[in-house]
Design a protein around this ligand. Structure first.
Ligand code: ZN
Ligand code: ZN
Length: 368
């Protein structure tokens, strides 16, 4: 049986998750909000199934599901009126919307396709659909229960890294390393891996998202592992880079530089600074050392029900960090043909700064 992660009573749940949505609706001038993005659907209702629509108005909290999910929805989505869609969801919505007298309905503009928008607009008329952004943002600050779930996902990933260390040696195959880590995380209680595990060795470590290949690890290789666990909807995300057998002067230099940039960012992240400012802390260190062009991605991203969510720590992020936000801090340097290093921790923004949830060691490991 899948248990909801939402705490407390029906009334508390509604207050925590539905009232902030209603506040957003008032701000955006819509009478109701139609939600279909899986993470938002789960966040607002607690329902963990793979399909369904949420319709929230000032007075109603409705979850539409198909026949597969009626019982599960009733158990998980406390405080929601569960309606079974007999045919297509839109057929039922076309009955519910006029029955509740709803005129202007917000939808997630980054989740609905144009075709669906046309179809829904026609079927729901005279009600009007209005694009609303900002539902995702309701998830940015995590409550204690969410942080506990994420922490569990981090712990499992940390254990997977400790477990795989002895297998990281010349002769091992990237793909087998990835499979072993995923199998281990499942055995430790993860529902599955949070995303496709990255194992990139030797020159392939210069690929920021090098999926595990058939490449055989060799002495002198950097090996970058990027992995995470999914536990009851919440994920973790961690990257470690190790070196096999022996380390060159340049490898050590690049590694220590990435680590220094990461430590500086961890020391500087606190409530009130923007995602852009956080990114700048690490980027300045890497750029000043002459590797600015080799750090081609953002410093980090929010993590929760989705692996990549807001706020980002990037040169374009104006949003300001607040206590309870969960973000990754993952600077990297990638030199094509040579190799690369990324070090990624997951942190919770606190009242005073930030606290790293990731415990996996990050001083340069030379494994043989
Ligand atoms: Zn990652
Ligand atoms: Zn990440």
């Amino acid at each position: 049986m899948i248990r909801s992660v939402l705490p407390g009573t029906t009334k508390e749940r509604a207050a925590i998750r539905v009232e902030p949505l209603r506040a957003l609706m008032r701000e955006r001038g819509v009478e109701a909000m139609l939600i279909q993005k899986p993470e938002n659907r789960r966040y607002v209702t607690g329902f963990s199934g793979s399909a369904g629509f949420v319709l929230v108005s000032a007075t109603a909290s409705i979850l539409l599901v198909d026949f597969r999910y009626v019982e599960q929805a009733q158990t998980e989505a406390l405080g929601f009126e569960v309606i079974k869609a007999e045919r297509q969801f839109i057929d039922t919505l076309a009955e519910v919307v006029p029955a509740r007298g709803l005129g202007r309905i917000g939808f997630e503009s980054d989740a609905m396709s144009y075709k669906q928008y046309e179809d829904f607009s026609k079927r729901l008329a005279p009600a009007v659909l209005a694009p609303v952004e900002g539902v995702d943002r309701l998830r940015w600050v995590k409550d204690a229960d969410e942080i506990a779930q994420i922490t569990r996902a981090v712990e499992i990933a940390d254990e997977a890294f400790a477990h795989i260390r002895s297998s990281l040696r010349p002769g091992a195959v990237e793909r087998e390393i990835a499979i072993e880590m995923e199998f281990f995380m499942r055995r430790r209680g993860a529902d599955k891996e949070a995303f496709e595990t990255i194992v990139a060795s030797g020159p392939r470590s210069a690929l920021p998202h090098g999926r595990a290949s058939e490449r055989v690890l060799a002495r002198g290789d950097f090996v970058t592992l990027d992995f995470g666990a999914l536990c009851r909807g919440y994920v973790s995300d961690c990257t470690r880079t190790v070196v096999l057998g022996e380390v060159s002067q340049k490898q050590r230099e690049v590694y220590e530089l990435v680590l220094a940039a990461q430590r500086a960012a961890l020391a500087g992240i606190k409530p009130g600074i923007s995602g852009k400012d956080a990114d700048t802390i690490a980027r300045t260190i890497i750029t000043d050392a002459g590797y600015g062009d080799a750090f081609g991605h953002s410093l980090g991203h929010g993590v929760g029900l989705a692996v990549h969510e807001g706020p980002t720590l990037s040169p374009r992020e104006e949003a300001v960090l607040a206590p309870g936000m969960v973000v990754t801090v993952e600077p990297g340097i990638y030199l094509p043909g040579w190799g690369g290093v990324r070090i990624e921790d997951l942190v919770v923004v606190t009242e005073a700064g930030c606290r790293s949830v990731t415990r996996a060691p990050k001083d340069l490991l030379i494994l043989s």
